[in-house]
Design a protein around this ligand. Structure first.
Ligand code: FAD
Ligand code: UDP
Length: 384
């Protein structure tokens, strides 16, 4: 009855389903949560405030193709996302930039340091904190030490349970020191929020006559993957399967669980117009949570009340109800992932896709492009 089964209705699954449906396949989407959209899912809370149930998601890209693709399914609220850090009660722009420099040093010293930074790296450059710390000039190292101690060390300890120098440098590299006066968190040309929210955008994507979506449907209970054979509801299934869940779970975690960081989200509603005056405040030297998001500032919603969320990171254990959010990039974990990946050799028509199945960090835009790439490949394979 179906040509393709897609497991998971996050960005990866929704884009893949749409592409295969448009190529003439009959597609079944199985999603174990009660809703589509994966971690991008948003919904109005009981007070009517549009919240992101799994943490704040801001679309940002330099890839026109990713923006154009999503624009088929949504209009945009375009805005430049800004974040501030609460450092001992003072709010300063993050990423640390030349404006931040002038807020933490007195005028003369800031002028002198600004000149040094521009001479050393050039205006508009982006310098990873770990690189800045290695600089030969002691005054530049002094700035680096300030940024390391007040922006990165404690936040990273909370988020990852490890110091910045102990984690994959690409992670802290996402938030470099900016030798510019740009206070925005992202510098890409397209950034903003789907005008009506993420969930309507994914609903539009899945709204196709050839797509059947089943929520509350755990593939683990509907499908088996044994000795190179795939079964769906007790019958052999020979079509494509795109799997966007954790790869270890597909094989009963037989080599042990892949490690992830998880998050607990604590939402609070306040019966007043404003809570913090900013969309996101990072707590980089204090508190157990990493950041507070006030949704109205992301979505532009006008309402007499406001809802915030605090994020508390912890190590994922696989216990019921926990969600694996961030893969932890290191050699040992990659080796474990590769062992699971090798088990897929027996299943040439089962394709892993997404931040869980590929054990890889993807932003939304990169996820869209990767899903398009994979479905193009599937369509080409079919032709030969
Ligand atoms: P998911 O969204 O995780 O979707 C996978 C889906 O598969 C889930 O719905 C899951 O329930 C389902 N599933 C798993 N196993 C099964 C099963 N056995 N049966 C059926 N269904 C199953 N990106 C940005 O671009 N901008 C941001 O601001 C941003 N902020 C983020 C903030 C946080 C806190 C996090 C964690 C991520 C953020 N991201 C952001 C990244 C973004 O969430 C990912 O790019 C995106 O979610 C990846 O989509 P996906 O489909 O791979 O994964
Ligand atoms: N980071 C930090 N302090 C900040 C912001 C980021 O230490 O104020 C570090 C932290 O290690 C984080 C990484 O930079 O995990 C990447 O930040 P990003 O905002 O991209 O994290 P994510 O979107 O994954 O939550």
């Amino acid at each position: 009855m179906f040509d393709s089964v897609i497991i998971g209705a996050g960005v990866a699954g929704c884009v893949a389903a749409r592409e295969l449906a448009e190529a003439g396949r009959k597609v079944l989407v199985l999603e174990k949560r009660e809703h589509i959209g994966g971690n991008c899912y948003d919904e109005p809370d009981e007070h009517g405030i549009l919240i992101h149930k799994y943490g704040p998601h801001i679309f940002h890209t330099k890839e026109r193709a990713a923006y154009d693709y999503l624009s088929r399914f949504t209009k945009w609220r375009e805005f430049g996302h800004e974040v501030v850090a609460n450092v001992h009660g003072k709010l300063i722009p993050v990423p640390f930039n030349l404006n931040t420099l002038h807020m933490v040093y007195d005028q003369d010293k800031a002028d002198e340091l600004e000149k040094k930074l521009i001479d050393a790296f050039g205006l508009e450059s982006r310098v990873p904190i770990l690189k800045l710390r290695e600089h030969e000039d002691p005054q530049i190292r002094e700035i680096a030490d300030y940024v390391y101690e007040n922006i990165f060390l404690h936040y990273t300890m909370k988020q990852w349970g490890q110091k910045p120098e102990e984690i994959d440098p690409a992670v802290t590299g996402r938030v470099p020191v900016l030798i510019s006066r740009d206070n925005r968190y992202f510098q890409e040309p397209w950034q903003g929020m789907p005008l009506e929210g993420y969930t309507p955008m994914f609903e539009a994507m899945l709204d196709h006559a050839a797509i059947t979506v089943q929520t509350g449907a755990d593939a683990g209970e509907r499908m088996t993957f044994r000795e190179g054979r795939v079964e769906l509801d007790g019958e052999a299934f020979d079509g494509e399967v795109i799997y966007t869940g954790p790869l270890d779970e597909l094989f009963g975690c037989r080599f042990g669980r892949l490690p992830y960081r998880s998050l607990r989200f604590d939402f609070e509603y306040f019966d007043r117009e404003d809570y913090q005056g900013h969309s996101v405040v990072n707590y980089t030297v204090s508190e157990e949570f990493t950041r507070i998001t006030e949704f109205k500032y992301l979505t532009g919603q006008k309402a007499p009340g406001t809802t915030i969320v605090k994020e508390y990171p912890f190590a994922y254990t696989g216990a019921e109800g926990e969600i694996p959010y961030y893969s932890i990039a290191n050699d040992a974990n990659q080796a474990l992932y590769e062992r699971y990946r090798a088990l897929l050799d027996e299943y040439p028509r089962v394709r892993p896709l997404g931040r869980l199945a590929e054990y890889k960090y993807y932003n939304i835009d990169a996820m869209v492009l990767r899903a398009l790439e994979l479905t193009e490949q599937i369509k080409r394979d079919k032709e030969v």
